[in-house]
Design a protein around this ligand. Structure first.
Ligand code: DOR
Ligand code: ZN
Length: 348
């Protein structure tokens, strides 16, 4: 049987990306802009991007940091707090500046201290968002100390997400970086107002990869890697072609020394190798013909944006060389290595 060696697809977008700010942003931005046309940019800076003015200023800083001649469109998000002003959110949406609002349960992950502790306080904003059609991107993990870290996503769906969706009909929701069979099943049973992003690392790795034979801090991210059967459910969802599932790399740079640390930061820096990794995953599932749906078509459809006109080409050949680390003005950042050779390169 002839093996597909070459694949041309509409240029992908990244529907969940951490670019950070300052020297770190300047260092990592070119790696996303090389392959992706657009990205939903996460607002968990310190301090977070809460208001429309802050989002506009952050967008300007990103555009100013782009290398000469590189085209890349940052799609901005607002960080939802208990004191967020619905009028400000609404105006940011009307002007086209902001494409979604991000819900972090307080304390769930990196820089989430200003997130939402009492979900009733944000009800008026969620209702306004449902009216105007502005999507809510959700970090779906409960934070109660008694809930085991491996159960936090599944519990969140039952205790928080489903009640919010029932109480706010019409609210468009993206379940971000889903990691469990439960989340995949919930998303695939949702209507057109529900989407779910999946990361590269959750499609390639399970918790054994992170913990057996030594602890691998560069595989530590949140939500944490789960057992193999969950990874398999995610691969089925991503490769199904179902329009509810699309790519959000959650590429999350941290300086190497802050991950190789007694208390290491959560996040995998996948941007440089994301598409090589995904081609591998889709080829393994005999679904290369559905890669474009996941990387390039389903996301724009959910956000009501056009599919990119230009294309990229992936080619399979000898194992690719990739940097182990990239240098940034904020220190070196280790590039995600799935622990196996990668054979697909982006050629154009
Ligand atoms: O692993 C993660 N890293 N998960 C998140 O939710 C946040 C992210 C970060 O900002 O580093
Ligand atoms: Zn994230």
């Amino acid at each position: 049987m002839a093996m597909t060696k070459r694949l041309t697809i509409p240029r992908p977008d990244d529907w969940h990306l951490h670019l950070r700010d300052g020297a770190m942003m300047e260092g990592v931005l070119p790696w996303s802009a090389r392959h992706f046309a657009r990205a939903i940019v996460m607002p968990n800076l310190v301090p977070p991007v809460v208001t429309a003015d802050q989002a506009a200023a952050y967008r300007d800083r990103i555009l100013a940091a782009l290398p000469e001649g590189v085209v890349f469109e940052p799609l901005m998000t607002l960080y939802l707090t208990e004191t967020t002003d619905p009028e400000d959110v609404s105006a940011a949406h009307t002007s086209g500046l902001v494409k979604s609002v991000k819900l972090y349960p307080a304390g769930a992950t990196t820089n989430s201290a200003s997130g939402v502790a009492n979900f009733d306080t944000v009800r008026p904003i969620l209702e306004r968002m449902a009216e105007i059609g502005l999507p809510l991107c959700v970090h779906g993990e409960v934070t109660r100390t008694e809930i085991d870290i491996f159960d936090r996503e599944a519990v969140f769906i039952d205790e928080v997400l489903d009640p919010i969706r029932r109480a706010t009909p019409g609210l468009r929701v993206v379940m971000e970086h889903i990691t469990t069979a439960e989340a995949a099943a919930y998303a695939s049973n949702g209507g057109d107002d529900l989407g779910a992003t999946i990361t590269v690392q959750h499609l390639m790795l399970d918790r054994n990869d992170m913990l057996v034979g030594g602890i691998r801090p560069h595989y530590y991210c949140l939500p944490i890697l789960k057992r193999k059967s969950h990874r398999e459910a995610l691969v089925r969802a991503a490769t199904s072609g179902d329009q509810r599932f699309f790519l959000g790399t959650d590429s999350a740079p941290h300086a190497t020394d802050t991950k190789e640390n007694a208390c290491g930061c959560a996040g995998c820096f996948t941007a440089p190798v994301a598409l090589s990794c995904l081609a591998e995953v889709f080829e393994g599932a005999d679904a290369l013909d559905r890669l474009a749906a996941f990387t390039s078509v389903n996301g724009p459809k959910f956000y009501g944006l056009p599919v990119n006109q230009d294309t990229i080409t992936l080619e399979k050949g000898a194992a690719i060389s990739r940097p182990a680390e990239i240098e940034t003005g904020a220190g070196p950042v280790t590039v995600f290595d799935p622990g196996r050779p990668l054979y697909w390169r982006v050629t154009a």
